[in-house]
Design a protein around this ligand. Structure first.
Ligand code: OAD
Length: 228
């Protein structure tokens, strides 16, 4: 096996205490995503959006990486041909020791200026009126990709998908594009596909499915890979 792309979603951080989006009680069952996760929502009510992400940031900073994050970091250390792409905005892969993580939906620990596009490390609590360190304008937003915006690093991800022999989706519902289409993209280039999930997302979409909680299923799969 050479060339592996791993895509993680909220399920990999669920057992660290961070809520998923679409499971029972998930964030999008409690919040209107058009109000808190779109550029239009931010334009209408920036304070509401900052409140939402300040709470997400507090949760993420207070959480600890779990056995799945640690196992993926071990795999990355042992296998330079593994590319880790995450839809998660938390930093638990990094704090679990992952050497390189592609954050396609941005990072809760980063701030961005909506006026000049400068980016910097986010304080724990942010407000739109915080001055940008580069241009001083009060246009601070979280460095998060919202619905209607282009995910980050798509060229790098497309190259990795075209070159991989194995694509693995972990803890993601496969509801949000473009990430949801990565499995078909990798398969079209001849990769095998594997899903690791508590509840498989879509029967028949992947060549193989490992069902179980990420903290058990991911370390077991990583051990299997490292033994070959
Ligand atoms: P979802 O909430 O849509 O899906 C979470 C997935 O994790 C589901 O398939 C669950 O079965 C699975 N899951 C839950 N607990 C698990 C566990 N302990 N072990 C393994 N799997 C578990 O979250 P995502 O697919 O990550 O984007 O959502 C994708 C994007 O939608 C997010 O990045 C976010 C959201 O809107 C933006 O905000 C732009």
């Amino acid at each position: 096996m050479a060339g592996v792309v791993i895509l993680t979603g909220a399920g990999v951080s669920a057992e660290s205490g961070l809520g998923t989006f679409r499971d029972v009680g998930g964030l999008w069952t409690r919040y209107d995503l058009t109000e808190v996760a779109t550029p239009e929502g931010f334009a209408r009510n920036p304070a509401l959006v900052h409140d939402f992400y300040n709470a997400r940031r507090a949760n993420a900073l207070d959480a600890a990486p779990n056995a799945a994050h640690l196992a993926l970091a071990r795999l990355l250390d042992a296998r330079p041909d593994v590319t880790l792409v995450t839809q998660n905005i938390d930093d638990l892969h990094e704090r679990g020791g992952a050497r390189a993580v592609i954050h396609m939906h941005g990072q809760i620990t980063r701030a961005r200026c909506a006026a000049c596009d400068h980016r910097w490390d986010a304080p724990r609590v942010m407000d739109r009126s915080d001055a940008c360190p580069a241009c001083a304008r009060p246009a601070t937003r979280p460095d998060i990709v919202w619905f209607g915006e282009m995910p980050y690093h798509m060229d790098r991800i497309a190259d990795a998908l075209a070159a991989c022999d194995l694509f693995v989706a972990i803890g993601t519902s496969g509801e949000v594009y473009p990430a949801a289409g990565f499995v078909e993209e990798a398969a079209a280039f001849g990769a095998e596909t594997l899903e690791i999930n508590l509840e498989p997302s879509a029967p028949g979409r992947f060549d193989r499915v490992i069902q179980g909680p990420a903290t058990e299923a991911v370390p077991a799969w990583v051990a299997e890979v490292l033994a070959t």
